[in-house]
Design a protein around this ligand. Structure first.
Ligand SMILES: Nc1ncnc2c1ncn2[C@@H]1O[C@H](COP(=O)(O)OP(=O)(O)OP(=O)(O)O)[C@@H](O)[C@H]1O
Ligand SMILES: [Mg+2]
Length: 395
């Protein structure tokens, strides 16, 4: 029987997340509120500690997600849980699974997402998803953008600020408004409406806040005013496919909120008991726009060396051209549709259920590495899958 190790980091018990603003519609005129109009995140005094501590474990998975993944994998072999804590290397060495299914976001440092794959590599154990290099690269938004830019893939002009002094040249090089964010985070950590800066003073204030509280450089990027999409990719090589594109409707955010997929938008205003109707999948866009979004998505997936699956955020610039914002080679995979997790959502729109999504990812990984899985149906299944495995010669 195939032994499948499931590598994960489990979130501590959830703390109460409360929204600083009440429910309501967006402001009627649809215009961006200026910073001095107090976007919602600033309405109520929120202590800095609260802001930083509440998103500390945002990337890690809940017991529900881990159980759902385990259950999906169990149809393809015997699953052994390998929590990615400090005992992980020893547990992995003793268990020696045939393959590791990796959803571990990691503990410490800017290479945290690479640790589990690197340890698997060390022991020569196959694993799912991107390799340590790609995981580290994509967790550095600036290095990712350098790679994209080198390959001619559109991404907003940017600068990296390690100390406030570095801001001096930035306004000569980049055009306002600017968006600032921590260089090495995901899951909307450190993303609030205050990160959109219309003037120099605001830019300095917000960069200082992020530098002090997230203890890492800040990415300063030109703001993209157009619509936003997130695109899930499944598969490898020429067979990698973009699942139905997820479009975001920021009109559904509370009154006064900016058109930004912030921490509040993701985790506070959008609750399973009261889901926000922010996503449209498949996005209703022209065929032409769909094709150009798919093109930049697949190009980004390829040049960054992503494998098996990924989720890529795309936003339109002032001319309506798709730009890559960032790449998630370890995408969120919350199983409950009410949780509005975009990769499972896109898969559902393609006729691929949650279990099938997880299984397909493992099957792509197994096929790449010549690992045999148990199930008699160990072909990639679903709307777009079977041909990929057939092409890889492992079906
Ligand atoms: N240059 C930009 N122009 C416009 N909006 C931006 C820009 N950069 C970021 N945003 C907004 O901020 C959101 C979060 O940024 P980003 O995707 O880089 O953060 P993240 O925490 O890595 O996201 P995820 O939750 O997908 O891991 C984007 O979805 C977008 O709405
Ligand atoms: Mg993102």
């Amino acid at each position: 029987m195939t032994l499948i190790g499931l590598a994960y980091n489990q979130k501590p018990e959830p703390t109460e997340l409360t929204s600083p603003i009440s429910e309501g519609g967006r402001q009627e005129d649809g215009e961006l509120p200026r910073p001095d109009e107090e976007p919602p995140s600033n309405n109520v005094h929120r202590s800095i500690l609260e802001l930083v501590s509440r998103d500390e474990f945002a990337e890690w998975d809940s017991p529900t997600t881990i159980a759902a993944v385990e259950s999906a994998l169990s149809l393809l072999g015997k699953v052994v849980r390998l929590e990615a804590n400090e005992d992980f290397p020893e547990k992995l060495r003793l268990t020696r699974p045939d393959i590791v299914f990796n959803i571990a976001e990691g503990f410490h440092g800017v290479n945290r997402e690479a640790h589990v794959p690197a340890i698997c590599e060390f022991f020569g154990i196959p694993y799912s998803g991107s390799d340590p290099f790609t995981l580290s690269l994509c967790l550095d938004k600036a290095r990712t953008k350098e790679t994209l830019a080198f390959h001619g893939i559109p991404t907003p002009p940017f600068a990296v600020v390690e100390k406030l002094d570095d801001l001096k040249g930035v306004l000569k090089k980049l055009n306002l408004p600017l968006f600032v964010k921590p260089l090495h985070e995901g899951s909307s950590k450190g993303i609030t409406d205050s990160n959109l800066c219309f003037d120099r003073e605001h830019l300095i204030r917000q960069a200082e806040f992020l530098l002090e509280n997230y203890k890492q450089p800040v990415l300063v990027e030109e703001y993209l005013p157009g619509n936003e999409f997130t695109c899930a990719v499944l598969g490898n090589g020429d067979e990698a496919t973009v699942l139905p594109i997820v479009g975001m409707n920021f009109e559904t955010l509370p009154k006064g909120a900016l058109p930004i997929y912030s921490f509040d938008a993701k985790f506070v205003w959008d609750r399973p008991e009261n889901p926000l109707d922010i996503f449209q999948c498949p996005a209703r866009i022209t065929r032409e726009l769909q094709a150009s979004i798919e093109r930049v998505t697949l190009d980004a997936f390829r040049v960054l060396g992503c494998r098996d699956w990924a989720r890529i955020d795309v936003r339109l610039d002032a001319f309506g051209n798709p730009n890559v914002l960032e790449v998630n080679p370890l995408p969120g995979i919350l199983p409950d549709p009410a949780d509005n997790s975009c990769l499972p959502k896109a898969a559902r729109a393609a006729g691929i259920g949650y279990e099938e999504l997880i299984q397909n990812c493992l099957k792509y990984a197994a096929a790449r590495q010549g690992v045999d899985l148990d199930h008699s149906l160990s072909r990639v299944s679903g709307a777009q899958g079977a041909s990929a495995l057939a092409a890889s010669g492992s079906a």
